[in-house]
Design a protein around this ligand. Structure first.
Ligand code: PGA
Length: 262
C-alpha cells in the first residue's frame, strides 16, 4: 500500500479529488467507483471546483456507487442516490444515465445485487475505486466478518454503523437495517483503489487495515492483497501507525516519491 500522511484532513481529501480529476482528464471514459458518507462531502466539493476551474468534462465518464440502503425509496432524502445527485452529479456534466447506484428496493435483493455486479462487468470493471473506511474497518457496507471474496450482495448493518449514520435520519428507527453493497471481491477486482480516512475516530481501523493481519475482522485489510492502493490519511488517523518514520521517509508530508532524486 502507498501510505500518504497529510498534516490536515483537507489536504488528504484534496489529494483524493486531484487523483480522480486527473484520471477523468486523461481517460475521459473511465469507469469510476464512488462512495458516500461524511468524508466524501469535501472530496466532491473539491471535484466540482476542480472540474469547473480546469474545464474537465465528465460527459463520457461512467460511475458505480459502492452501496445503497435497502428498503427506502431511491428518491428519499437519506438515500445514497439523493446524496450523489446533491453532492456531485448535478454539479458536473456527467450523463445521469451513466451514473449507477445499487437498487434500494425490489422483489428480491439477491437479483438486484446480481444485476449490479453484471452491470459493472459489462462496463469493463472499475478503473478507479474511491473508498472511505468505517470506524469498524468496513469498506462499502461490508461489515466485519464479510467474506473477503464477496461480490455485490445484501448485508445486515451493524448497530455501530446504524448509530454512525443516525445523523442522516430523523430517528434511529428510520435508519435501514440492510444495504446492498458491492462486495470485497468486487472492490479487489478494480484496477486501482484510493481510500481516505481522517480523524482520530478512524485511527484504529487505519492501523488494522495497513498493519494488521488480513482478516474479515477488518474488511479494509483485504486491500493489502490489492496491487495498487493509495491510502490518504491525516496525522490524527495515522497516530497508531508503527513504522511512522518509514512512511514519512518514503512520502514526506504525503508527497509522491521522486525516484530521480533517490
Ligand atoms: P464517514 O463514513 O465518511 O461518514 O466517516 C465512512 C464509511 O463508513 O465508509
Amino acid at each position: 500500500m502507498k501510505v500518504l500522511i497529510f498534516q490536515t484532513e483537507d489536504e488528504a481529501k484534496l489529494r483524493a479529488a486531484q487523483i480522480i480529476l486527473s484520471r477523468v482528464q486523461s481517460v475521459p471514459n473511465s469507469v469510476l467507483g464512488l462512495a458516500t458518507g461524511g468524508t466524501m462531502e469535501a472530496i466532491y466539493a473539491h471535484l466540482i471546483e476542480g472540474s469547473s476551474n480546469h474545464s474537465v468534462s465528465w460527459s463520457e465518464t461512467v460511475t458505480f456507487n459502492l452501496d445503497e440502503y435497502w428498503g427506502i425509496p431511491a428518491d428519499s432524502a437519506a438515500s445514497y442516490r439523493t446524496y450523489m445527485n446533491e453532492h456531485l452529479f448535478k454539479h458536473i456534466d456527467v450523463a445521469m444515465k451513466s451514473t449507477h447506484v445499487p437498487a434500494s428496493s425490489g422483489d428480491d435483493p439477491s437479483d438486484a445485487a446480481q444485476s449490479y455486479e453484471d452491470a459493472i462487468l459489462t462496463a469493463g470493471g472499475i478503473d478507479l475505486q474511491l473508498l472511505g473506511i468505517g470506524k469498524n474497518g468496513h469498506i462499502g457496507f461490508n461489515e466485519p466478518t464479510s467474506s473477503l471474496s464477496s461480490r455485490t450482495w445484501i448485508k445486515t448493518l451493524t448497530q455501530e454503523t446504524r448509530d454512525s449514520n443516525r445523523r442522516f435520519f430523523e430517528r434511529l428507527e428510520d435508519v435501514p437495517k440492510y444495504a446492498l453493497t458491492v462486495g470485497i471481491g468486487t472492490i479487489l477486482a478494480s484496477e486501482e483503489c484510493i481510500i481516505v480516512g481522517t480523524g482520530v475516530d478512524k485511527a484504529a481501523a487505519i492501523k488494522a487495515m495497513i498493519e494488521g493481519p488480513v482478516s474479515a475482522a477488518c474488511p479494509a485489510s483485504a486491500l493489502q492483497m490489492h496491487r495498487n492502493v493509495t491510502v490518504l490519511i491525516d496525522n490524527d488517523a495515522a497516530q497508531n501507525l508503527d513504522p511512522m518514520e518509514y512512511y514519512q521517509h518514503v512520502h514526506p508530508e504525503g508527497r509522491e516519491t521522486e525516484l530521480s532524486n533517490v
